[in-house]
Design a protein around this ligand. Structure first.
Ligand code: NDP
Length: 275
């Protein structure tokens, strides 16, 4: 089956992308190049990952035309003033070897720079043509509302932690209200989905791995995009099998029921007040 997309803010985002956190150098270049050659069309990186040079090399090594690939990068939360963000984006583009990205995200909100100021800087990234679309990451509902209120350019997505053990109901409702997508990071709960009996049972019924089954549950939700990371080309391909899996309503409900208030894995000291 062809890769489904989520279309928003003038861009078409492939619903499964390659996560690249914690990979650099040759492994990152390889994962990106082989993933793209194997059918991925979407790559997620960030200035904070320190791997934009390697990711850019992987994009070129794939042999694909630039306009066939959706590239996202992110600005770190200490670069949210206008001058810092413009410089950070220019530096990311230089490292990636690109003249623009497809999506530029504020990686985390900042306690020092007000949302309105950061969003104005992000709008300027868009108007300067450095990014085809813009968005946010790790924004809880209150800050989503502030961001939407402040922006002139439509925001494409909020990239947040989302997997079967994590309830993102309030964030999803806020994003739906504004027509925005949700990009699920840690979509495999950093490997925890592999240990769950409910997921394993349903995966066996569909003859796919628990990872592919979980990704199918995620991308089966209208506005959800997922960016699983794997350093192994074989597992990257295994994860793509998700596009061919359709869960029954009963199976979806079984995964929905796994959510728990204690499911959050990523909660650094600079995190905002979550919903
Ligand atoms: P994931 O939930 O994607 O889990 C990655 C782990 O799962 C790795 O250990 C990987 O191991 C393993 N794995 C992947 N596929 C399989 C498989 N088929 N079978 C068994 N194990 C598998 O976690 P991440 O934290 O990497 O999140 C994904 C991406 O989201 C990141 O890479 C990054 O791009 C983004 N992200 C964004 C954040 C933000 O603040 N905006 C925060 C965190 C992540 P192996 O490599 O050995 O295959």
């Amino acid at each position: 089956m062809a890769m489904p997309t989520f279309d928003v803010a003038g861009v078409s985002i492939p619903k499964i992308g390659i996560g690249t956190f914690n990979m650099d150098g040759e492994p990152a270049t390889c994962a990106v190049a082989e993933g793209l050659q194997g059918g991925y069309r979407h790559v997620d990186t960030a200035e904070m990952y320190g791997n934009e040079v390697a990711v850019g090399e992987g994009i070129r090594a794939s042999g694909l035309a630039r306009d066939e690939i959706f590239v996202t990068t992110k600005v770190w939360h200490d670069h949210l003033s206008d001058s810092a963000m413009q410089a950070a984006c220019e530096a990311s583009l230089k490292r990636l070897g690109l003249d623009r990205v497809d999506l530029y995200l504020i990686h985390w909100p900042s306690r020092d720079v007000p949302v309105a100021e950061a969003i104005a800087a992000l709008n300027r990234i868009h108007s300067r043509g450095l990014a085809r679309s813009i968005g946010i990451s790790n924004f809880p509902t209150k800050l989503i509302e502030e961001a939407v209120h402040a922006t002139e350019v439509e925001l494409a997505v909020n990239q947040v932690e989302y997997h079967p053990f994590m309830d993102q109901g309030p964030v999803m409702a806020a994003l739906a209200k504004h027509g925005m997508g949700l990009t699920a990071y840690c979509p495999l709960a950093r490997g925890k989905v592999l240990e769950d009996e409910t997921i394993a049972g349903i995966a066996a019924r569909h003859d796919v791995t628990p990872a592919a089954l979980t990704l199918a549950w995620l991308i089966g939700q209208d506005s959800v995009i997922a960016i699983p990371k794997s350093s192994s080309p074989a597992r990257l391909m295994e994860n793509l099998e998700a596009v061919d899996v359709v869960l029954t309503a009963q199976e979806r409900a079984a995964l929905d029921a796994l959510r728990s208030p204690a499911g959050r894995l990523v909660d650094p000291e600079f995190a905002p007040d979550w919903d």
